[in-house]
Design a protein around this ligand. Structure first.
Ligand code: 6PG
Length: 468
């Protein structure tokens, strides 16, 4: 018989996704030009009658039930276009192509328009959760044609991660909405990772925490309100011994402090700038990866300046403060990312439901966290919430944790420990919750040197002054 689901790109993600589909009672056929990858899938899943694969795209397409459901798990960029082209010569009107990669959202819009003209339904579906997620249950963020979604819904709901039995997948909106949501997911991911690394730095420098103690602290935190995938893996990272040279101790201490990036976090920041929505906790996470890459320059510059001697604080007190500051800044980072999504939804006519997005992020994805249950409730209660910070669900949480963020940022600033993510999160909070900012001065300066005009507090209208 023919197969329920097709998948192009049998790297680790693709192979795991197919095995996941097969585990859930659907038959799946894979395609990759690399015979080694086809062989690897057959070896791993071949004993199941429901899994097969071929290096021939024609064999692949002919093996699938119509309307064909073909998912691509290939690197973002030109490869997606070339796979689409090679599929086009074999598939039929009404078939469905799903791009499961981290494609840039405007590429998805272009591809969707192109394929629509040929009668093909196209989805951009963000998939989060890494290799393990693909195998055991990812969070899936599909956007595209609503009517075509009915065909892929049963398979996606079966393979997706479950939160209290609810699948972490939902139809998000038209066009590139799925890729856009995944992009912002990754922006938030960058922010949370940066914040976590800062707290690690602070605890070891200002609290003299050992890796073993950090492991205990993060394990404990993961049992509380900071519960999240990133805190969980961080606790495990602190425990890992160096596998290359066990004599060296902990692996983390041997890892070069230069963070790489594939672009999704940067795109989030860039697009936030285009929209005019501030996401400084994400921006700084991108900048810090860039600063980290300047290792040689940093090393040379370190010689030129003295660092203050770090004042060491009591472990228990610092640990409590760090937990509160991290909780505060995690909330701020989600608030910024979701604010961006709400604005993009209007700008690009995505018609996003933020509560639904928060719900499908509760399991499977990299930014899954206990906090997301509270966030989905906040947006369920008020779908038009302009910002998480004004939700009655969050005011008390923020009030109870901001003081620690202030103390930590102050201590770090005095002692020369960079906490840019925490600082930006705090600054964003202080500015977003201030009715009066000093930007009246900027308006005055603009009018002074360029006659750019200004508005007034006390009257309507546009004003210009001949400044003395
Ligand atoms: C996920 C991740 C994933 C991304 C990695 C690496 O949700 O599973 O976001 O899609 O590729 O996080 O991203 P960087 O290489 O840019 O750090």
């Amino acid at each position: 018989g023919k197969y329920d689901f097709g998948l192009v790109g049998l790297g680790v993600m693709g192979r795991n996704f197919i095995l996941n589909v097969a585990d859930n009672g659907f038959s799946a056929f894979g395609h990759d030009l690399d015979p080694e990858k086809v062989k690897a899938l057959k070896e791993e899943g071949g004993h199941e009658a429901s899994v097969n694969a071929s290096t021939s795209i024609k064999t692949f397409v002919q093996a699938l039930k119509q309307p064909r459901k073909i998912m691509l798990l290939v690197p973002a960029g030109k490869i997606v276009d070339s796979v689409i082209e090679s599929l086009l010569t074999h598939i039929d009107k009404g078939d469905i192509i799903i791009d499961g990669g981290n494609s840039f959202f405007t590429d998805t819009d272009r591809r969707e328009a192109y394929l629509q003209g040929r009668g093909i339904n196209f989805f951009g579906a963000g998939v989060s959760g890494g290799a393990k997620g693909a195998r055991l249950g990812p969070s899936i963020m599909p956007g595209g044609s609503k009517s075509a979604y009915a065909h892929i819904k049963p398979i996606f709901e079966a393979v997706a991660a479950k939160y209290n039995g609810e699948p972490c997948v939902a139809y998000l909106g038209p066009k590139s909405s799925g890729n856009y949501v995944k992009m912002v997911h990754n922006g938030i991911e960058y922010g949370l990772m940066q914040l976590t690394s800062e707290v690690y730095d602070l605890l070891r420098k200002a609290g003299k925490f050992s890796n073993a103690e950090l492991h205990d602290t993060f394990t404990k935190w993961n049992e509380g309100r900071l519960q999240s995938f990133l805190i969980e893996i961080t606790s495990k990272i602190f425990k890992q011994k160096d596998d290359l040279d066990p004599g060296k101790g902990d692996l983390l201490d041997q890892i070069l402090d230069k963070a790489k990036q594939k672009g999704t976090g940067k795109w989030t920041s860039q697009n936030a700038m285009d929209l005019g929505i501030p996401v400084p906790s994400i921006d700084i996470a991108v900048s810090m990866r860039e600063i980290s890459a300047l290792k040689a320059e940093r090393t040379a510059a370190e010689q030129l300046y003295d660092k203050p001697e770090v004042e060491v604080l009591d472990k228990a007190g610092l640990e409590k403060m760090a937990e509160e500051a991290l909780y505060f800044s995690f909330i701020i980072t989600y608030a910024q990312g979701l604010h961006q999504l709400a604005d993009a939804s209007k700008e690009y006519d995505y018609n996003l439901n933020i509560a639904t997005i928060a719900k499908i992020w509760r399991a499977g994805c990299i930014i899954r966290a206990g906090l997301l249950a509270d966030i989905s409730e906040a947006f369920e209660e008020n779908p038009d919430l302009p910002n998480l910070l004004v939700s009655p669900h969050f005011v008390e949480k923020v009030k109870g944790s901001v003081a620690s963020a202030r103390s930590l940022v102050a201590h770090a600033a005095k002692n020369g420990i960079p906490l840019p993510g925490l600082t930006n999160s705090l600054t964003y909070f202080d500015a977003y919750t201030a009715s009066r900012l000093p930007l009246n001065l900027i308006q005055a300066q603009r009018d002074y040197f360029g006659s750019h005009t200004y508005e007034r507090l006390d009257q309507e209208g546009i004003f210009h002054t001949e400044w003395e």
